[in-house]
Write a protein that binds this ligand. Structure first.
Ligand SMILES: [Zn+2]
Ligand SMILES: [Zn+2]
Ligand SMILES: [Zn+2]
Ligand SMILES: [Zn+2]
Length: 767
């Protein structure tokens, strides 16, 4: 998804292999500027490649598909009848968008819209999302007021007033209202911004040395949960999501809504009634304001290129949007500077060659790459431009693929008559009807070559500096009783300040997102002088050192964090291998050995088993668990329980009791019992899951926090008041460190607590 589609990658690889050796050598050693020039030459002589790319674009249709709406609507109705409001809501979201788009594009109000919006409001009400329900009702009312009685049946008006009454009741009780002034509890966070690094806390300082490049160090002692960096993304692009491609099977339309259906194309807020782009099917906005601003800043250029951007992948898309946001003047200034002796760029903080200025600056940040003339590091295009592109370290094939993709994109910009929009900030009216010229074989203009060079730099930078923006998305059947949330990748972004943090497999910080803003918090106390570290993905609790090092290759360094050193030097087995090991089928002792045959660690037992056979059993087990979850999804909870219990029995004969899968099965069982309203059983299973999660991830980890959050909901629903309160307190302690006191989960915990404390005494005494 980050890179171009496989077919285009394949073509680029074949083209590379077929190039004359002399040209290959020149490309290998080429600067970014020369790479673009050579890339243009190659592409001009290979018109069939461009034709092939155009062909590939047809597979990523971005035009509107009205017939899909009725299908989603039917599916939504079906889910609604089964009481699966979460699923229904997703489908209705999709319908709403399609319907609004259709209504608008045909210039008459869609008769179906009020009905769909009513159902959506009902879903939201069932899910307890009162504010959202109210928003939808408001949209509906204004729609009805606008359309008049023509399209609105009396039954619908009645339904609307019923829903409003229900909403009013729900707002009064039993759920307590949210805090009047946003924050519900706690002191406002202590935050003083650093005078030299925008968006960073004043308790940090920017350092630079040979081994670590630029990095952030604590200049004061910090407590767990303290905010260290608050940064708005310089640029972010919503990832299309997995279900964009049509699913095979008997239905033509996938039932899962994609990211583009659920989140604003610009600000990444969750969509309710949305404003779709008039020109394409993939850009949907939370408001007219977002739609207008996106159009003005970048979408007028991107809109006609939707299919090409999907084909070339998110990195190319981010690169294009970056130059559009920066503006051509700034792009060409920095590109020029990079040609003429900007030492920062020619010798960019190479991991073995420190800049002499940095050492001379006497502790200041003057001379540190990316800082402005006053020595201030800002979340700006200049800082972004100075992120390392690692031009020499990428494989030549990869560089070639990126070059071809960027050049093809720029040629398309030129052919579609979008050059003027890229090079200047004209008003959208002037650009709304671009004059197209068909001469795709034409040479790129010098300005577009500059743009291509900057884009190539950004695509290469992204390999090390792309930051995933994640959201906590609700998982599972979503009947509203127990909400299981998992982090889901939503967008790819550049955060110039966040990029200053180095990686550790055992980091001392935690990152969370709200819209396009990132917040880095201390995950544990950090003392003055310590480096502030962030995990790029491979965490010591989730992977063995070899797997981590493999993944970290893309960042062009070998991790030497304490976790890696310990595992590498002592040859000690990682916690992951010990805990996720097999056990002896006869005596349940741990199985040992690195070879194909594993032996029981209990000498008296001497049982041996083949690793392949045990791995096969593990795979079968995972398949069975999947089937059980599928049963739950279609509402067959009793069968799901039977199947999961059988899986557990089976797993006990060959998996270590601490195996993560053992915990996952407990978690699934808890989920099934919760859907049946059997709260005590659900709590019993979830507590076992929590034990295992704590063992793997630690008692103050995000993972443990999420599990405790679920347990709190189960206890809350089961009226286990005192236990619920203590669980809420534990969950708050952990989640506030990672997400801050204002996060949605913290708010929900607060609401549960307030509700429990307001319960009538007779209920309290019963428990
Ligand atoms: Zn928005
Ligand atoms: Zn559009
Ligand atoms: Zn490490
Ligand atoms: Zn044994």
């Amino acid at each position: 998804m980050a890179l171009p589609v496989a077919e285009w990658q394949g073509r680029a690889a074949r083209l590379w292999a077929a190039l004359e050796p002399a040209l290959r050598e020149r490309l290998e050693a080429a600067s970014l500027q020369d790479a673009v020039r050579l890339g243009c030459d190659v592409l001009r002589s290979k018109e069939e490649e461009e034709a092939a790319l155009e062909q590939l674009c047809h597979r990523a249709p971005t035009d509107k598909k009205p017939e899909a709406a009725s299908w989603y609507r039917e599916q939504g109705n079906r889910e609604f009848k089964r009481g699966r409001y979460q699923a229904a809501l997703r489908l209705y979201s999709k319908v709403c968008l399609e319907d609004i788009a259709r209504a608008e594009s045909r210039g008459y109000p869609d008769r179906l819209l009020p009905k769909v919006l009513l159902r959506k409001a009902e879903c939201l009400l069932c899910l307890g999302r009162l504010q959202d329900a109210q928003d939808v009702l408001r949209v509906l009312e204004s729609k009805i007021a606008l359309d008049g009685a023509m399209t609105t049946h009396l039954t619908r008006l009645k339904k609307l007033s019923q829903l409003k009454v229900k909403l009013g009741e729900k707002e009064k009780c039993p759920e307590p209202a949210r805090g009047e002034h946003g924050g519900t509890q706690g002191e406002p966070e202590i935050w003083e911004e650093n005078s030299r690094i925008s968006g960073a806390s004043s308790s940090l300082s920017l350092s630079f040395d040979a081994d670590r490049g630029r990095h952030l160090v604590a200049s004061q002692d910090m407590v767990a949960g303290q905010s260290l960096v608050k940064e708005e993304a310089f640029v972010s692009v919503l990832c299309p999501g997995d279900s964009l491609a049509l699913q095979d099977g008997d239905t033509a339309w996938d039932t899962r809504a994609t990211n583009a259906d659920l989140y604003c194309h610009r600000c990444l807020r969750q969509l309710l009634a949305s404003v779709p782009c008039q020109g394409c099917s993939y850009a949907k906005y939370c408001s007219q304001d977002c739609a207008d601003r996106a159009w003005q800043q970048y979408h007028r250029t991107e809109c006609p290129l939707g299919a090409l951007l999907l084909t070339l992948g998110v990195f190319c898309h981010v690169a294009l949007r970056t130059v559009l946001l920066a503006g051509f003047a700034e792009v060409s200034r920095l590109v020029e500077m990079s040609h003429h002796g900007d030492r920062n760029l020619q010798n960019p903080e190479g991991s073995c060659k420190p800049l002499s200025e940095a050492a001379d600056a006497g502790g200041g940040s003057r001379g540190v790459p990316g800082c402005d003339s006053s020595g201030r590091y800002q979340s700006s295009y200049q800082a972004l431009f100075h992120l390392l592109p690692h031009t020499e370290q990428h494989s030549p094939e990869h560089k070639f693929l990126c070059t071809l993709s960027v050049v093809a994109l720029c040629k398309q910009l030129q052919a579609a008559g979008l050059e003027a929009a890229v090079l200047s900030q004209e008003s959208p009216q002037q650009c709304s009807k671009p004059k197209t010229c068909e001469k795709t074989s034409e040479e790129l203009s010098p300005e577009l070559k500059t743009v291509a060079e900057a884009m190539l730099r950004h695509v290469l930078q992204l390999q090390c500096n792309a930051q995933a923006i994640t959201v906590m998305q609700e998982m599972g059947p979503g009947d509203g009783a127990v909400v299981d949330k998992k982090p889901v990748r939503l967008a790819t972004a550049f955060f110039p300040v966040l990029s200053l943090l180095n990686h550790s497999c055992c980091p001392n910080t935690s990152v969370s997102f709200s819209g396009t803003a990132a917040t880095v918090r201390a995950a544990q106390p950090i003392s003055s002088g310590q480096e502030v570290l962030h995990c790029y993905g491979p965490h010591w609790c989730r992977m063995r050192v070899a797997e981590r090092q493999q993944l970290l290759k893309q960042y062009f360094f070998e991790c030497r964090c304490p976790a890696c050193l310990q595992e590498l030097e002592s040859g000690a087995k990682s916690v992951v291998s010990i805990r996720n090991s097999f056990c002896c089928p006869k005596c349940q002792a741990q199985m040992q050995g690195e070879e194909d045959t594993l032996c029981c660690s209990n000498e008296a037992c001497a049982t041996s088993a083949s690793r392949d056979q045990l791995s096969g059993r593990l795979q079968d087990l995972q398949q069975q668990i999947k089937k059980a979850l599928e049963l739950l999804r279609v509402g067959k909870a009793d069968q799901a329980i039977k199947m999961l219990l059988k899986c557990q029995m089976d797993a006990g004969t060959f998996l270590s009791p601490e195996h993560l899968l053992m915990g996952e099965m407990e978690d699934h069982l808890a989920q099934v019992y919760a859907t049946l309203g059997k709260w005590q059983e659900a709590a019993r299973h979830l507590k076992k899951s929590i034990e295992i999660v704590e063992m793997h991830h630690g008692p103050s980890s995000v993972e443990t926090g999420h599990e405790l959050f679920k347990l709190a909901q189960i206890l809350f629903n089961g009226f286990a008041v005192s236990e619920a309160l203590s669980t809420i307190q534990r969950a708050e302690g952990i989640l506030s460190v990672h997400f801050g006191p204002q996060s949605a989960q913290m708010q929900e915990l607060q609401e549960m607590k307030a509700c429990l404390s307001e319960l009538p005494r007779n209920i309290l005494q019963r428990t």
